[in-house]
Ligand binder design. Sequence first.
Ligand code: ADP
Ligand code: MG
Length: 212
Amino acid sequence: MNLDVTWAKAWIRTGANVMSEHRVELLDLDRAIGDGDHGENMDRGFQAVLAKLDAVPAEANPGDVLKMVATTLISTVGGAAGPLYGTAFLKAAIAVQDKSDLDGAALVALLTAGRDGIVLRGKAESGDKTMVDAWTPAVDAAAAAQASGADAPAILLAAAEAAEAGALATEPLIARKGRASYLGERAIGHRDPGAQSSALLLRAAADTATQG
Ligand code: ADP
Ligand code: MG
């Protein structure tokens, strides 16, 4: 499908369903190395987003959808993840704001701005065992795919696969940011919940781009 407002809505609708389906998995991950609320935070935030999705007009741009997601997550999700995802979606929205159809370069700009927003807000570096460890490989893979001439769905697929590998690769790490950093070596062996939810969200983007 063209990566227009219909795709942006489909991505976010699928993302909301995926957060519901994976609520318990994300709760369990956060119970192991945090305070056990990440699945609840993400599900609550995306259900609030879902309730507002139909009100976004058909003549809006993808960036308008991303902006609504940002403001809704910031106002409904407590904890670290709300402001982090909120900033990601806000910066992503700004990066593509006047475009009605996203080409490969716009997608790379969207993902890069999202990742940069998370880093701006949370000051985490790669290897700190946070959602950045899913986003940065995703951005790098998307940029490499775009440089080699991949189309938009293939760019998103590369991003999703890299995010999943990045989330998996958080398992052996010691956390240096967020609540998990209080655990020291006890965080080893557990996947970072925010990296996992980020991978799920990027997989939803790729899945919806390949359909239709
Ligand atoms: P809280 O930690 O306040 O309970 P959540 O459980 O919803 O919030 O989110 C936890 C996730 O937030 C972590 O798994 C991690 O990916 C992410 N996170 C926490 N602090 C940071 C940070 N400074 N930078 C990037 N991501 C972070
Ligand atoms: Mg938590």
